[in-house]
Design a protein around this ligand. Structure first.
Ligand code: SAM
Length: 181
């Protein structure tokens, strides 16, 4: 069966992440992706600029007795201030926390800055997964900036794929960047 976007991303991550790996959740939100990553990896660095998101994710970790997550209330574009290790995978589930406002929406410029930092830290065979929404608060602009950026990545170093519903306008879609081995 064709997978929806989040299960598609999770499936890809499950194929490569081991308990030796350091990973990043660039936008922890309500902590669903963080929890998924924490159950696979050695450690998750989870970022969000919205304090409410950090609280929600902390609660989810507590409820599930998860202790290998470092929650960081800062932009993912400052990732290199916090993450020293090489990274096996990073997830950026973009947009905003349901119920929050425009202040806390992801933006192309900072998302691309974060992607570039992760590219430097990514191990060969590692993945950067982006879930992109075009519906609200400048999502269309971020989407087009991201597509322009990933189209420039060297074909001999990175595989870039886009996974989308071709017959549904405004549906979220996935970009995966794989650093070649
Ligand atoms: C769609 S939600 C993430 C959903 C989340 N991964 C989950 O499993 O619940 C997007 C999140 O990105 C956060 N965000 C927006 N700009 C950000 C930035 N520059 N750095 C880190 N987080 C950011 C928002 O506050 C919001 O919580």
């Amino acid at each position: 069966m064709i997978k929806k976007v989040i299960p598609f991303v999770h499936n890809k991550l499950k194929e490569i992440i081991t308990t030796d790996d350091y990973v990043v959740d660039g936008t922890c939100g309500n902590g669903y992706d963080t929890l998924f990553l924490a159950r696979l990896a050695r450690k998750v660095y989870a970022f969000d600029i919205n304090e409410q998101a950090i609280e929600n994710t902390q609660e989810r970790m507590n409820r599930n007795r998860i202790y290998n997550v470092e929650l960081i209330n800062d932009s993912h574009s400052n990732l290199d201030n916090y993450v020293e290790e090489d990274i096996k995978a990073a997830v950026f589930n973009l947009g905003f926390l349901p119920g929050s406002d425009e202040r806390y929406v992801t933006k192309g410029e900072s998302t691309i800055k974060a992607i570039k930092i992760v590219q430097e830290k990514l191990v060969q065979g590692g993945l950067i997964c982006l879930v992109v929404y075009t519906g609200k608060f400048g999502g269309e602009e971020e989407s087009s900036e991201l597509l322009d950026y990933v189209a420039t990545l060297d074909y001999d170093k990175y595989n870039v794929i886009k996974y989308c519903y071709y017959n549904k306008e405004k549906a979220p879609y996935v970009i995966i960047i794989e650093k070649q081995i």
